[in-house]
Design a protein around this ligand. Structure first.
Ligand code: AMP
Ligand code: MG
Length: 414
């Protein structure tokens, strides 16, 4: 492949290979952070009935028009309506009903006078029902009422397909009486590190060796999106070891394999060879930095994305190519990263490729300002931990000055 692809074209053509995984039904107790698999419409008006927003007295507002502290209006109290009362009884003009917060409004009443505005302000729900109540201030129609359907109407779409459920959404679904709902399953992502130099974190460093950091960083990123990680471990630079581990991804029904390293010029023939024996792989030339050739193909039918080995490059490759694929598999409506515009506090030199820079953004007033975070060498993971954004210098731009704007991806969480 010699064609130089734009980042966007490469990303779009990779995403096009994927569609969301299967759907299953889960109880509300297990639905946090899940992606809903169909639009959810309300089965009811909320609130479901007219009710009081205060402890007080339900009245005909016209009866209270002349009420004041000096000359209160006295009304007979004919009903006691606690919260949860199932029937709705009427009151007549000239009557009042004691009512509690959340209790159904009696028929005929069109306002509630809070208990604080009556002579009963020291009483509480357990006090005996007074024969009459003195009202000290006029109520307008609708005062302290929560009309049926005020929050939402039956049939209204409340959450769209592809939405990730937040705690408030769970509360809303519960208020609609939805105990179970259809969500996308967790995609299974097999994760492989490759390299003779790699050690597990619990192995002591030895000459020429480094610890496998990519597996831990990438697993975290994969889990943050809501996918299940299948850890294939570290493959030695050896075709047999690689084959064994890739086969495990098949056995465990992975939806995608993500590997890091082993696809640079030095070693790529060997990984390429193994994959091509049982599938197909392309090394794409993408017009970006960092970014060695991006590998994309399939191993015995399971799609595989090969990321660079250098941790910062693996991170950027993941964010640019793998994350949108995972969001697509996971059923997210929105697969692209959210970006914001930031103003540079310092100048940046680039080489004309689309460049992803580890940066630090901060809000000042209503705008975001950006600077570089730490050393940009692609092996430097610590510098990456000091950053909170990727700053994107567009292709064909070779230098940006302080005050110029660019796109930034925040790195906090999903
Ligand atoms: P390679 O693509 O195999 O040439 O690797 C490029 C660089 O990334 C080398 O310096 C590797 O040691 C390093 N590297 C590869 N895999 C990992 C990993 N899993 N964790 C940390 N560094 C890695
Ligand atoms: Mg290697």
């Amino acid at each position: 492949l010699t064609e130089l692809l734009s980042v966007n074209a490469a990303r779009r053509s990779i995403i096009a290979h994927f569609s969301p995984v299967a759907v299953s039904t889960v109880p509300l107790t297990q639905a946090l952070n899940r992606i809903i698999a169909s639009d959810i419409a309300s089965s009811t008006d909320l609130p479901p009935f007219d009710n009081s927003s205060m402890d007080g007295y339900a009245v005909y507002s016209a009866d209270t028009l002349l009420a004041s502290q000096a000359s209160p209006v006295s009304l007979p109290v004919v009903l006691d309506i606690p919260a949860g009362r199932p029937d709705i009884l009427p009151i007549q003009p000239g009557q009042a009903a004691r009512i509690m917060t959340g209790a159904p409004l009696p028929l005929g009443a069109n306002a509630v006078v809070p208990v604080e505005n009556t002579d009963q302000y020291r009483s509480h729900s357990a006090s005996p029902l007074p024969a009459s109540v003195k009202i000290f201030s006029p109520a307008k129609p609708g005062d302290y009422l929560r009309p049926r359907g005020m929050d939402l109407k039956a049939g209204q779409t409340v959450l769209p397909q592809g939405h990730k459920l937040r705690p408030v959404d769970l509360g809303l679904l519960a208020s609609l009486g939805l105990a179970n709902l259809a969500v996308y399953q967790h995609p299974k992502v097999a994760l492989l590190s490759t390299g003779d130099e790699l050690l597990e974190p619990d192995q002591p460093l030895a000459p020429g060796k480094i610890h496998d950091s990519n597996a831990y960083m990438l697993a975290g990123l994969i889990e943050q999106i809501g996918c299940e990680v299948i850890r294939l471990g570290i493959s030695r630079d050896d075709p047999e070891d690689l084959t064994t581990r890739l086969n495990r991804a098949l056995d465990l029904k992975a939806d995608l394999i993500i590997s890091s390293a082993g696809v640079s010029v030095g070693t790529y023939d060997f990984v390429k060879g193994v994959i091509e024996q049982h599938g197909q792989i392309d090394f794409w030339r993408v017009n970006m930095r960092p970014g060695k050739p991006l590998a994309f193909g399939n191993y015995r039918g399971v799609p595989i994305i090969g990321l660079p080995g250098n941790p910062a490059s693996a991170f950027v490759g993941f964010m640019v190519f793998a994350a949108p694929v995972l969001r697509r598999l996971a059923g997210y409506a929105k697969v692209e990263h959210t970006s914001l515009r930031a103003i540079l506090d310092q100048g940046i030199e680039s080489d004309g490729r689309e460049t992803y820079i580890r940066g630090f953004i901060e809000r000042r007033g209503d705008r975001f300002f950006a600077r570089l975070a730490g050393h940009q060498g692609s092996g430097n993971l610590y510098a990456l931990t000091l950053s909170n954004a990727l700053l994107i210098v567009p292709s064909e731009v070779k230098s940006l000055s302080p005050g110029d704007e660019l796109d930034a991806w925040t790195l906090t969480s999903e």
